[in-house]
Design a protein around this ligand. Sequence first.
Ligand code: FMN
Ligand SMILES: CCCCCCC(=O)C(=O)O
Length: 349
Amino acid sequence: MSDSLVCVKDFEKYARLILSRNTLDYYRCGAGDEETLAHNRKAFSKYKIRPRCLRNVANRDLSTTILGRTVKIPIGVSPTAFQKVIHPDGEYGTARAAEAMGTVFILSIVASCTIEELGKAVPNGNNWLQLYVYADKEFTQTLVKRAEESNFKALVITVDTPLLGRRLANIRNKFVVPKHVILPNHMRGRQLFNPSSDWNDIKWLKSITKLPIILKGILTAEDAIIAADVGVDGILVSNHGGRQLDGSPATIEVLPEIVKAVGDRLEVYVDGGITNGSDVFKALALGARMVFMGRAPIWGLAHSGEEGVKKVLDIVKTELDGALAIAGSATLKDIEPGMVVPNSYYSKL
Ligand SMILES: Cc1cc2nc3c(=O)[nH]c(=O)nc-3n(C[C@H](O)[C@H](O)[C@H](O)COP(=O)(O)O)c2cc1C
Ligand SMILES: CCCCCCC(=O)C(=O)O
């Protein structure tokens, strides 16, 4: 069956057929009129790839280093909540698939397994933990300690969620997490988001851990510069998959200003709307060190658990490999900025 699914869109179509309306809407939807959700995808068409020829691309290598560790592909898995709603393999399946593909898995703090369970289930994975800086500092510190003890390799602090975006589909469906799925890292009743969070919290976090810190949800050069000044290790340029502020820009279009502003001061990653190898190529050429995908692995998980996620990652890897070869780059280092240009480059000719 999965042989007939040859791209991420095929997996998405399949997921749309099998998931309940409630569940599908929760994973698919964006905030408000979903303009940003749609724009994340469409904005990739604002750029074209200028392929170079005759550059001996016979021996290709998609690996790179992220926070000092080798990843086999520059395509990681963004945090998405309670994955056992999608498939019994849940987060274990997604993390194992990421490990098999030699890449990063980010566990959401609202996962359907504990930090410790994931650490035990995938002990050799390049696992990162996503969390918020809670008003309750003691609780935050406990989570950080648990991540350290479970051999997580980095902390991802989501900074675009002082409160949850207004997702109309969920409101209409009266979405609730199914009763059989518990969120064991997050005691019911505790406030998940912290609207009073500020840059001092990031400084505090730096002072209590040696784990690298990544800020997820940066969308402006101004904030990227502050992040670099504060001394975090990386930023994940993200608009939360269009789920937070409708009307915010597509991530691929803000990436260049951010890369220009912070250059090599920290690692810059991007997520949002990435569904194929050409998207990945464009993001890398525009300066991202690595990309992440949120929904695409979920569609794979819905299809066949761990195997489905692996298949999705493998498809995008194969597409990136093809894009590299045909654009004339044997390795990621051979991707040159001039290989990806805005459409205006051609309209001026
Ligand atoms: C169903 C769903 C749940 C998500 N849960 C989280 C979460 O728990 N924490 C977080 O920081 N981001 C969360 N995100 C945002 C993703 O990490 C990521 O930024 C986004 O999905 C990227 O866009 P893409 O889905 O187009 O790849 C979620 C996204 C979706 C679609
Ligand atoms: C009902 C709990 C909501 C968890 C938030 C997960 C998330 O970030 C998302 O986009 O959804």
